[in-house]
Write a protein that binds this ligand. Structure first.
Ligand SMILES: *Cc1c(COP(=O)(O)O)cnc(C)c1O
Length: 360
């Protein structure tokens, strides 16, 4: 069976090798006689899987020992509440707004903390990433929050802001494990798993240990990071199957040759599409050149009708889910780690061909 190429923003495509391994183990996980879905999370086999998952993630992403890895549920969106509740309860925190998720994060934080907006890219419809001197950072904030890759608008931070000693917090839902980063520059990193790490249901938090403090008593127990850290992320039932898939994705990355290979491949894939946009007077790219995302490529045809035609014809070619997010419209190709180079080549060729046929 030839599968179509799925450019969805999330949940998104998984590597075929990962799917096949899951299929292979579905009825009998490593000789236990049962599926991982049927197994108690207190079993030896599952606890081992959790330990192996954390260890492999730590290795592949070079996560220093003074950081804790936590497995939560509730998506990246639940972190919009957890972060202010744990780290800035009724105190000051800075938010840099470069898209709709960072905006939502700031709005939620505003319920529990004193939010200062250090920058907002709304003036240019979120097509840019600020430079250091454009930021109005507070000297007394508990943390500075950014979104490393703006899934909807297709922009991405190339180098992270300097916050001096104030902890930098990043929503990396759509570019975690897509490139090498220096984790020690961050106080906390979080991501929903359904874009680059596997499937929905699991949220990863990487937190510097000194930030794991006791919270006020009125913070719900499942929203406190300490609950997860003190109980090995097993205070209650964790999202077992999603953790299992995360391990399969990590093993796949390791087999590919690790993040060096993945990062290079991601750069090559994005270049294929941006080269088409740059050599064309037909397409209108959304993101400014220096802010372009390697994960979500956003663009428009000259008219709404042509956008619709593009989506329809691409679908007939086995290129699925190129429609932009409802908040911005237009077109978007999400090319996370698991999207094959062949899929992106096919899309690039289709784009050239479509422009030729529909030029005035
Ligand atoms: C998808 C996404 C979210 C929302 O994630 P949920 O898991 O649906 O809560 C938040 N931030 C970014 C950057 C995203 O890409």
């Amino acid at each position: 069976m030839k599968r179509p190429y799925n450019f969805a923003a999330g949940p998104s495509t998984l590597a075929i090798d990962v799917l096949q391994e899951i299929e292979h183990e579905l009825y009998d996980y490593q000789g236990t006689g049962m599926s991982i879905m049927e197994m108690t999370h207190r079993s030896k086999a599952f606890m081992q899987l959790c330990d192996d998952t954390k260890a492999l993630f730590r290795k592949l992403y070079s996560i220093p020992e003074n950081y804790e890895i936590l497995f939560l549920q509730g998506g990246a969106t639940m972190q919009f509440s957890c972060i202010p509740l744990n780290l800035a309860n009724k105190k000051k925190c800075d938010y840099i707004i470069t898209g709709n998720f960072s905006k939502k994060a700031a709005q939620e934080a505003n319920k529990f903390a004193e939010v200062h907006i250090a920058y907002d890219a709304k003036e240019n419809n979120y097509s840019s990433i600020p430079t250091q001197d454009e930021l109005d950072l507070s000297s007394d904030a508990e943390y500075v929050h950014i979104c490393s890759n703006n899934t909807i608008y297709g922009t991405q931070w190339k180098s992270y802001p300097n916050t001096n000693s104030i902890p930098l917090i990043a929503d990396m839902s759509s570019d975690i494990l897509s490139r090498k980063i220096d984790v020690s520059k961050f106080g906390l990193i979080y991501a929903g798993a359904q874009k680059n790490l596997g499937i929905a249901g699991l949220t990863i938090v990487i937190i510097r240990k000194d930030l794991l403090q006791d919270t006020e008593n009125d913070v719900p127990v499942l929203l406190q990071y300490k609950t997860y850290a003190d109980n090995d992320s097993m205070y209650n039932t964790p999202p077992c199957f999603s953790i299992y898939v995360f391990f399969k994705v990590l093993s796949w990355i390791e087999k590919q040759g690790g993040l060096d290979v993945i990062e290079k491949r991601n750069e090559e894939k994005a270049k294929l599409l941006y080269d088409v946009l740059d050599s064309s007077d037909f397409y209108i790219p959304h993101a400014q050149k220096e802010a372009r995302s390697l994960m979500n490529v956003t663009f428009n045809c000259p008219s709404v009708e042509l956008n619709e035609k593009f989506v329809e014809e691409a679908k007939n070619e086995g290129l699925l889910n190129i429609k932009g997010h409802r908040a911005v419209g237009g077109l978007r190709a999400s090319i996370y780690n698991a999207m094959e180079v062949e899929g992106v080549e096919k899309l690039a060729n289709f784009m050239k061909n479509f422009a030729e046929r529909n030029r005035k």
